[in-house]
Design a protein around this ligand. Structure first.
Ligand SMILES: [Zn+2]
Length: 530
C-alpha cells in the first residue's frame, strides 16, 4: 500500500504546498495529503533510542523539585512553608504569579524564586539541594548549610544540557532516514506545524518588539506602583472581573449540570444559543458523548465517522462548578471542531485542522462565550485580552530561545554539554536584552531558558502562542458578522476547510496569512481607552 501510494502521490514540500496550493482543487489538496503519508522508514531501534532519550529527560524533570522550606534569604530567614515542594518550572512560575496578591513579603519571594530559576538555567544550583531537604540554601549568595554548619556543595553544572544533547544525538541519527525532511527542525516546523521557522520568528518578533508591549508595561507599572522586574513577564493582574460572583455562577452550573448526561442533553440548546441552526446544532451534538473525568477534562476526537468524539469533564458530587463548566465549554469547542471537519469534510485525507493551534482557537472562541451560554449578557472583556497579550509576550520569548537553541545545535553538531549550556545562556540573554530588558530592566537575565519543555519536549513551545494568534484573527473576522447566525455559519464554513496548510487555511478563512496584527489591533484599541 505504501509503495503504491508513493508511486502515485508525490510528496510536496511546505513551500510547494503553499505556492501550488493556491490554485489546487480540493481533490488536488486531498492527493497532496496522500503524498504526506509515507515519507520515511526510520528503523525501530532508532525510534527506540529517541524515545529513551526523551523518557530519561522526562524523568529528570519529574524529579526536579525545589524544597522551598529550605531556602534562606540573606538574613538567614525562611520565607516559605516548611513542607512546600515546587516542581521546576511550572510550580515555581505559578508561585511567582500567586505572590502578586501577597502584600507582606510577596516581592521578596518573587525575587528569590527568580534567582532559583537563574541558577537552574545556568547550572549553578547546588546539585544536592535538588529534590533533597538535607540542606539549607540561600539562592542570592548561593551558599549552603547542613544542620546549621556551612558546607560547600558541587554545582549541578551540565546535567540539564546533557539530556538535551542526548535527545539531539538521537534525532541526528533519524535524519538519515528522512530524505524529505532531513533535520529535526524541518520535521518539527515544516512537517509538524507546517509553518517555516523564519515565519514563526517574524510573527513572534512582531509582537514582542511592538509598541503595545511598552504601553501595556506602563499600565502594569502603574498598578504595581514600582519599576518592573524580570519576573513580571508572569504578571497576573489583568484578570477579568465579572460582575457576577463565582459562587453565584457555581450555584447555577451545579443545578444545571448535576451529571455528564445533563451537560450532553443541553448541548443542542447551547449551539443554538451561539447561532447554529436547529439542524446543525442537533447533528453536531449527536456526535459528541460527555463522560466524567478524573483530571480537569479534555476532548478526544473520533478517527472515523463510525465513532463519536468524547468530551471528558470533571463533575463533583454536588454537580459541575463554574471552573469545571468553563473548561467544559472550552473542550466543547474542540469537539465541535472535531465533528465539523470529520463529518462535513469532502475528502477523508483532509479531515482535521492544520495544526493544534487551529483547534485551540475554536476552543477559546467557545470558552469566551461561556456566560452567554448560561443566559447572561456577556461582554468581551478587556482584561482577558490584555492577560492573553501579556502571556503571549512571555511565551514567545521562551519559544524563540527554544528555537534558537535547536538551530545552534544543528549548526554545532559536535558540541559538548558545556558548550551547549554556554550557548543557551547566551541565546537567552540575547533575546532578553533585545526584547525584554528595554521593558523590564535588568540586563542579561537568563530566565527565558527556564521552561522544562526545552529539556523534555523538543521544539514544542512555539505551538503555544499559535492558538491565541489564530483566535484573534478569527475574532476580528467574526466581528464583521452581522448576526449570530452569520457567526455560526462562518464557523461551519471555515472549519470545513480541513487540513490545508496554516497559511492556505487562513487565506481561505479570513483572506490573510497567519498574522499577529489582529491581536495587536485588539490591544491597541484597549490601550487607547485607558
Ligand atoms: Zn484546548
Amino acid at each position: 500500500m505504501a509503495f503504491i501510494t508513493i508511486l502515485n502521490f508525490p510528496n510536496f514540500t511546505l513551500e510547494e504546498k503553499n505556492e501550488l496550493g493556491k490554485t489546487w482543487s480540493r481533490e488536488e489538496w486531498a492527493y497532496a495529503r496522500m503524498g504526506d503519508m509515507f515519507t520515511s522508514r526510520v528503523p525501530a531501534s532508532l525510534r527506540k533510542e529517541a524515545g529513551q532519550a526523551n523518557a530519561d529527560a522526562e524523568n529528570y524533570i519529574a524529579n526536579y523539585n525545589i524544597m522551598m522550606g529550605h531556602l534562606l534569604n540573606d538574613k538567614g530567614q525562611k520565607l516559605f512553608p516548611e513542607d512546600m515542594v515546587l516542581l521546576t518550572h511550572w510550580n515555581l512560575r505559578d508561585e511567582i504569579k500567586s505572590n502578586y496578591a501577597n502584600p507582606t513579603n510577596g516581592l521578596e519571594k518573587q525575587e528569590m524564586i527568580c534567582r532559583v530559576l537563574e541558577h537552574i538555567v545556568q547550572g549553578t544550583i547546588p546539585q544536592a539541594v535538588i529534590n533533597n531537604p538535607a540542606y539549607e540554601w540561600a539562592p542570592a549568595s548561593n551558599r549552603t548549610w547542613e544542620n546549621g554548619k556551612e558546607v560547600t556543595l558541587e554545582a549541578e553544572n551540565n546535567r540539564r544540557y546533557e539530556h538535551i544533547l542526548a535527545h539531539f544525538k538521537a534525532m541526528k541519527k533519524v535524519d538519515a532516514y528522512e530524505p524529505q525532511q532531513p533535520s529535526g527542525i524541518i520535521r518539527n516546523f515544516e512537517g509538524g506545524m507546517e509553518i517555516l521557522p523564519r515565519e514563526i520568528e517574524d510573527l513572534f518578533i512582531n509582537l514582542v518588539s511592538s509598541p503595545q508591549v511598552k504601553q501595556a508595561s506602563k499600565l502594569i507599572q502603574k498598578k504595581l506602583k514600582r519599576k518592573l522586574r524580570p519576573y513580571d513577564i508572569w504578571y497576573d493582574g489583568f484578570k477579568s472581573r465579572s460582575t457576577i460572583s463565582e459562587d453565584e455562577l457555581s450555584t447555577k452550573t451545579r443545578s444545571n449540570y448535576p451529571t455528564p448526561e445533563a451537560f450532553e442533553a443541553d448541548m443542542p440548546r447551547m449551539l443554538e444559543a451561539l447561532g447554529f441552526s436547529k439542524e446543525d446544532a442537533t447533528f453536531l451534538a449527536s456526535k459528541i458523548r460527555v463522560e466524567g473525568a478524573r483530571g480537569s477534562g479534555h476532548a478526544w476526537g473520533a478517527s472515523g465517522r463510525w465513532q463519536n468524539s468524547l468530551l471528558r469533564t470533571r463533575i463533583g458530587k454536588e454537580g459541575m462548578d463554574y471552573k469545571g463548566y468553563n473548561i467544559a465549554v472550552h473542550e466543547f469547542g474542540h469537539n465541535v471542531e472535531q465533528t465539523i471537519d470529520l463529518y462535513h469534510i469532502d475528502h477523508y485525507t483532509l479531515n482535521g485542522v492544520p495544526n493544534t493551534g487551529f483547534t485551540e482557537a475554536l476552543a477559546f472562541v467557545f470558552q469566551k462565550r461561556d456566560l452567554q451560554l448560561l443566559g447572561y449578557d456577556q461582554q468581551v472583556d478587556d482584561n482577558t485580552t490584555l492577560d492573553i497579550f501579556w502571556g503571549l509576550y512571555e511565551i514567545m520569548g521562551v519559544s524563540l530561545v527554544d528555537m534558537y537553541m535547536w538551530q545552534w545545535l544543528y549548526a554545532h553538531p559536535d558540541a559538548t554539554a558545556n558548550e551547549l549550556k554556554d550557548a543557551t545562556v547566551a541565546i537567552a540573554k540575547d533575546v532578553w536584552n533585545k526584547y525584554y530588558y528595554p521593558v523590564l530592566g535588568e540586563k542579561d537575565s537568563s530566565i527565558l531558558a527556564c521552561y522544562s519543555h526545552m529539556v523534555n519536549a523538543a521544539m514544542y513551545l512555539p505551538n503555544y502562542p499559535l492558538g491565541h494568534i489564530i483566535e484573534f484573527q478569527l475574532e476580528e473576522h467574526f466581528a464583521k458578522c452581522e448576526s449570530k447566525k452569520a457567526f455560526a455559519d462562518e464557523i461551519m464554513r471555515i472549519y470545513k476547510l480541513g487540513r490545508l496548510t496554516p497559511n492556505q487555511w487562513m487565506q481561505e478563512a479570513v483572506g490573510a496569512n497567519v498574522s499577529t496584527t489582529p491581536i495587536l489591533n485588539a490591544v491597541d484599541a484597549i490601550l487607547k481607552k485607558k
